[in-house]
Design a protein around this ligand. Structure first.
Ligand SMILES: *[C@@H]1O[C@H](CO)[C@@H](O)[C@H](O)[C@H]1NC(C)=O
Ligand SMILES: *[C@@H]1O[C@H](CO)[C@@H](O)[C@H](O)[C@H]1NC(C)=O
Ligand SMILES: *[C@@H]1O[C@H](CO)[C@@H](O)[C@H](O)[C@H]1NC(C)=O
Ligand SMILES: *[C@@H]1O[C@H](CO)[C@@H](O)[C@H](O)[C@H]1NC(C)=O
Length: 464
């Protein structure tokens, strides 16, 4: 006992001696190190020290993205590690919450619109560790619904959202992060999302896939091009979006060609096509229908000719609406409407085609809509159109049980438009293999092939 005690006493005092000697030594060597090393080495060393001293998760980075759509508001919280890999939040790859209605339902009361986001904000903040909140960006992207409100209504709602975030949020806010997303930004972010999920980011542009997104109001084409082709991009006139966005992702610089064709989304195109017909009869409308189509506040009288719908006649109307051969192209090569086509190339070889392309294909049954992706060819839309255009509205109800009854009268038109857009608009070969996509599998989870993840990746890329 006595011996043991004195031994441990000795050890303790010995430790003190070591500490007394080593502490100044450590300090001296650290000062020497500071003096002798260039600044950047010191910086990276001190960051490493910091990482070692705290929990490993402190290098993770969160991002909170609000998607304020026309039918509802949604919030996504993503967490990335230092390699920009998604980190699970609980059992999921992201926190996702939504509520109805969307911001545009509160057009008369901007403050109430902003407040409608509070329950989502609270849920989002809860999953971000307290000490990381002030470094976690919160972004709000408003899409179609708010875009259409017009006047200063959407501006006033956005301002109310900015005020709300500043007053009520513990997250990192920035007025520039609360915006109405235009189609170009949506297309660019969606390209980032899909290529991220396919693990293409960081690779040469020629290994990335191109993305076509057919929304209600607009259609987007996005694909990466070479630096040489990017230099050939035509200058756009003031106010128009640039054709090429430069992005730095996972250590690689990308030149992203992206164009949004406003008024060529599926629902807008219906109005465009109906507007061309000399009277209310359109060869694109299923026999037996008589009604009104409303888009952008304008009513179109709609009915089928007595002979019913016809794919060939409908295609002529659709070609007129697309103005494929009736606009001057001032660039080396155009898609339609006088728009530069980006030059094509390896970044466009493999195409992922989303939104209404996927939905209609699944509804008429040439792909299995229960699966997140499906292989198809543009000609599949033509074959489906042939069948739909030969059908009367009455027969269509039983033939197409998965199509929303409100869309049935326009089934021939939608499918003809989709085929024509791909083949005549974007100049794809009818037999080209394309991938219809709704979600992409990532770490055994399915992730939506939509813009919010891409927006989050951009937000944290600058910081990592
Ligand atoms: C990227 O791909 C292009 C086209 O395939 C090729 O010409 C180029 O050499 C590649 N660049 C690198 C860095 O591999
Ligand atoms: C457009 O014009 C080209 C060349 O004149 C022709 O080959 C093509 O078939 C036309 N396309 C349409 C849709 O009319
Ligand atoms: C081309 O467009 C103009 C103006 O939009 C129209 O007047 C003309 O009829 C069109 N021509 C053809 C061949 O469609
Ligand atoms: C569609 O895919 C789902 C999920 O893989 C499968 O269970 C179902 O049988 C498929 N349906 C058809 C009609 O092939």
């Amino acid at each position: 006992m006595q011996n043991n005690d004195s031994l441990s006493d000795k050890i303790i005092s010995y430790r003190r001696v070591i500490l007394v000697i080593s502490l100044p030594l450590l300090l001296v060597s650290f000062v020497l190190f500071l003096v002798s090393s260039p600044n950047d080495v010191v910086l990276s060393t001190s960051r490493k020290l910091y990482v070692v001293q705290t929990e490993s998760s402190s290098s993770d980075k969160y991002a909170v993205i609000f998607d304020a759509g026309s039918s509802g508001s949604r919030v996504h919280v993503f967490c990335f590690d230092q390699n920009l890999e998604l980190v699970h939040i609980g059992n999921e790859l992201e926190l996702f919450e939504q509520l109805k209605p969307g911001l545009s339902a509160y057009a008369a009361n901007p403050k109430e619109a902003a407040n409608s986001l509070l329950p989502l904000l609270e849920k989002a903040e809860k999953v971000v560790p307290q000490d990381m909140r002030k470094n976690t960006p919160v972004k709000v992207g408003a899409t179609a619904g708010l875009r259409q409100l017009g006047g200063d209504t959407s501006e006033r709602i956005l301002q109310a959202v900015k005020d709300l975030l500043k007053a009520k949020s513990s997250l990192e806010t920035n007025d520039d992060w609360v915006t109405v997303l235009d189609g170009t930004q949506e297309g660019a972010y969606q390209w980032v999302t899909i290529n991220y999920l396919l693990k293409n980011l960081g690779k040469n542009y020629s290994s990335t896939v191109g993305v076509v997104d057919l929304g209600g109001g607009s259609v987007q084409m996005a694909y990466a091009i070479s630096e040489t082709d990017a230099a050939k991009a035509p200058k756009t006139t003031k106010g128009e979006d640039l054709y090429v966005k430069e992005m730095f992702l996972k250590g690689t610089k990308y030149y992203l060609y992206v164009h949004s064709y406003l008024n060529y989304g599926l629902l807008a195109a219906r109005a465009e096509i109906l507007g061309i017909a000399k009277d209310a009869h359109s060869p694109c409308i299923l026999a037996g229908y008589n009604g009104v189509y409303t888009y952008g506040g304008i009513d179109y009288q709609v009915s089928a000719p007595s002979s019913g719908s016809s794919m060939n006649k409908c295609r002529k109307e659709v070609l007129k609406a697309l103005k494929v051969n009736n606009t001057t192209c001032t660039h080396s090569k155009c898609t339609f409407g006088g728009v530069w086509n980006g030059g094509g190339g390896d970044g466009q070889k493999r195409l992922y085609v989303a939104s209404f392309f996927f939905d209609r294909a699944a509804e008429v049954g040439f792909i299995n809509g229960s699966k997140p992706v499906a292989k198809a060819r543009p000609q599949d839309f033509q074959v489906a159109a042939q069948r739909a255009c030969r059908t009367t509205l009455e027969d269509a109800k039983s033939k197409y049980p998965d199509v929303d009854p409100a869309n049935l009268p326009y089934l021939c038109m939608d499918l003809v438009y989709q085929y024509t857009l791909l083949v005549d608009g974007f100049d794809l070969k009818p037999r080209k293999h394309i991938t219809l996509v709704k979600q992409v599998e990532y770490q055994n989870s399915l992730v939506e092939a939509a813009w919010p993840l891409g927006s989050a990746i951009e937000a944290v890329s600058a910081a990592i």
